[in-house]
Design a protein around this ligand. Structure first.
Ligand SMILES: *[C@@H]1O[C@H](CO)[C@@H](O)[C@H](O)[C@H]1NC(C)=O
Ligand SMILES: *[C@@H]1O[C@H](CO)[C@@H](O)[C@H](O)[C@H]1NC(C)=O
Length: 298
């Protein structure tokens, strides 16, 4: 009896120390892939041409499977057909997504989806909310040019049981008020999900349409809740320093980000990050570059 109790206690201790020691490398990607436009910009090829190199790049980024980290993708401007193309390209049997079209909460309009490996990660919880005074229904907020959303997933690494929260968003390109109020809604939802499922490590990916120090960026930064990977001490790989390019080889601004935290809880370490080239085999795959951050959930 005593021996059995001791043995159980030892097992519990062993299990808890394994769980605690089991750090999880994550590769977190933020990428505005540009919606499949019919009226195209200068140097913009049709999606049917762009998707070849774009999928090739995403495949390369996600193929490490745990050496560089289990990859999670926060994409923006993804129309329903583009989402199918990307999932089929990466492997529809292994890749799943959360998120819906922002115009109707189903398939209409752009998604800000989170794509994850369903064979490595289990979906614990997900939601999509509109960045407006009425987050539960398809709506515009604060003078926004488009309906804007935040997509949230709580994911569990099947092999280790480790959980984290991923939020992904695309803030408005017209109204600064919509961006600053929008990021507040997104953050409030992250904290509401934390209250239900946490405390969890958080990653936030997104196209903020706001540069470091600018409206929405400064609003989020001033909360101190999350750290942007650029200022985390992680090594910057490659030469690109800007993420928006407008279908050119020259960067124009840095508006796409990976944030992590909660900063006060030190749940992650950040190893490195890179802004990938957007020219693949002579075709601009998007008007943004992918942001790739290698983090470890401690
Ligand atoms: C990672 O997983 C993908 C999909 O299952 C597979 O095609 C690829 O070979 C794996 N890569 C490594 C390095 O194991
Ligand atoms: C905002 O984005 C939409 C959709 O891409 C575009 O039609 C519109 O021209 C943009 N507005 C501004 C002010 O950049």
């Amino acid at each position: 009896m005593q021996l059995h109790a001791l043995f159980s206690a030892a097992c519990l201790l062993a299990a808890s120390s394994i769980a605690m020691a089991d750090s999880l490398p994550l590769r977190v990607v933020s990428f505005n892939i540009r919606y499949a436009a019919t009226v195209r910009e200068t140097n913009e090829r049709p999606w049917s041409e762009r998707r070849v190199g774009l999928i090739e790049q995403l495949k390369a980024v996600t193929s490490a499977n745990g050496t560089a980290g289990v990859a999670v993708l926060g994409l923006q401007e993804v129309l329903d057909g583009q989402l199918s193309d990307i999932k089929n390209g990466l492997g529809a049997a292994t890749w799943a997504h959360v998120g819906f079209g922002r115009d109707d909460g189903a398939k209409a309009g752009e998604y800000s989806p989170i794509l994850y490996r369903a064979d490595l990660l289990r979906l614990v919880y997900s939601e999509m909310k509109w960045l407006s005074p009425t987050p539960d229904r398809a709506s515009f907020g604060w003078g926004a040019g488009s309906r804007r959303v935040v997509t949230i997933a709580v994911l569990e690494h099947a092999a280790s049981g480790r959980r984290f929260l991923h939020a992904n968003t695309h803030l408005d390109n017209v109204s600064a008020l919509a961006r600053t109020e929008g990021i507040k809604v997104a953050l409030a939802r992250v904290q509401a999900v934390q209250a239900l499922h946490g405390p969890l490590g958080v990653v936030l990916t997104g196209d903020f349409n706001s540069e470091p120090g600018g409206d929405a960026y400064a609003t989020l930064e001033s909360t101190g809740y999350l750290t942007e990977v650029w200022y985390s001490g992680a090594a910057r790989r490659g030469t690109n320093q800007l993420t928006y390019t407008g279908f050119s080889a020259t960067g124009k601004s840095r508006i796409d980000f990976v944030w992590f935290g909660p900063t006060a809880e030190s749940r992650f370490s950040a190893q490195q990050f890179e802004f990938l080239g957007n020219d693949v085999n002579g075709i601009f795959i998007s008007d943004h570059r992918a942001v790739v951050a290698d983090l470890t959930l401690l």
